[in-house]
Design a binder for this molecule. Structure first.
Ligand code: GAR
Length: 213
C-alpha cells in the first residue's frame, strides 16, 4: 500500500477528487492515511471526516515561531509514515528539512501550466487573474514534485484548458479545476503507486509504460 498524507489549506476540492477515486476503486494500492490542514475549520477537514480519514490541524498561529510550526508539521507528517505527501491546495512554504526528508516524495498541484504564472505570489485566484491579465488563450494545471524552490520541481503531468471569451478569474479557476486538476492529481498518485514515474538526473520525469499483468 502507498501511504498518502494530504496537506490542505481550504475548501479541499482536490482532496475530494482523491478521496472519491480512493472510494470508487480507481486508486488501487493507495491508502489516504491522514489529512493535515494549516487552518482550523477549513471545509477540507469536513471532507476528510466524511470519508473516515483522520484529519488534524497544525496552525502557525498555535506556535511562537515558524521553526516551532515547522517542527510540528514535520512531526505530524512523519508520524503518519507516508510514502507520498500530496499538497492539495496547501498554501504553506514547505520547510527545506521536509523536502530533504522526502526527496521526490512530495507532489503539488498548481493551477497553471508551469513555468507560466508560478512561484512567489502565484496561488489560488491570483494565478487566474494574472493569466487573464496577460491575455493567454490557454492555461491549465501542473502536478510536480516539490523541491527546495517554489513550483520549481520536476513536472509529472500537465493538462491544458482553453480560456474562453468572457472568462472571469472565478470561471477560469472552476474550469481548470474540473477539466484539469481533479483529473491529473489522482492520475499522478496512481502513476506513482504503480511505480511508473522516474526522475532523471536532468530533473525531468519519464512516465514508463504499464507492465502487462
Ligand atoms: C487549487 O486550485 C490548487 O491548484 C491551488 O489552490 C486551489 C485549492 O483548491 N493551489 C495553488 O495555488 C498552489 N500554488 P481546493 O482546496 O478546492 O483543492
Amino acid at each position: 500500500m502507498l501511504r498518502v498524507v494530504v496537506c490542505v489549506s481550504g475548501g479541499g476540492t482536490n482532496l475530494q477528487a482523491i478521496l472519491d477515486c480512493a472510494a470508487n476503486g480507481t486508486l488501487p494500492g493507495v491508502e489516504i492515511v491522514r489529512v493535515i490542514a494549516n487552518n482550523p475549520g477549513v471545509y477540507a477537514l469536513e471532507r476528510a471526516k466524511a470519508a473516515g480519514v483522520e484529519g488534524l490541524c497544525i496552525s502557525p498561529k498555535e506556535f511562537g515561531t515558524r521553526e516551532e510550526f515547522n517542527d510540528a508539521l514535520l512531526a505530524a507528517v512523519s508520524e503518519a509514515q507516508p510514502d507520498l505527501i500530496v499538497l492539495a491546495g496547501f498554501l504553506v512554504a514547505i520547510p527545506p528539512r521536509m523536502v530533504a526528508a522526502y526527496p521526490n516524495r512530495i507532489i503539488n498541484i498548481h493551477p497553471s501550466l508551469i513555468p507560466s504564472f508560478c512561484g512567489k505570489g502565484y496561488y489560488g485566484l491570483k494565478v487566474h487573474e494574472a493569466a487573464l491579465a496577460r491575455g493567454v488563450k490557454v492555461s491549465g494545471a501542473t502536478v510536480h514534485f516539490v523541491d527546495e524552490g517554489m513550483d520549481s520541481g520536476p513536472i509529472i503531468l500537465q493538462r491544458a484548458v482553453a480560456v474562453q471569451d468572457g472568462d472571469t478569474p472565478q470561471s477560469l479557476q472552476r474550469r481548470i479545476m474540473e477539466e484539469a486538476e481533479w483529473q491529473i492529481l489522482p492520475e499522478a498518485i496512481r502513476l506513482i503507486a504503480q511505480g511508473r514515474v522516474q526522475v532523471g538526473t536532468d530533473r525531468t520525469t519519464r512516465i514508463t509504460e504499464r507492465q502487462a499483468q
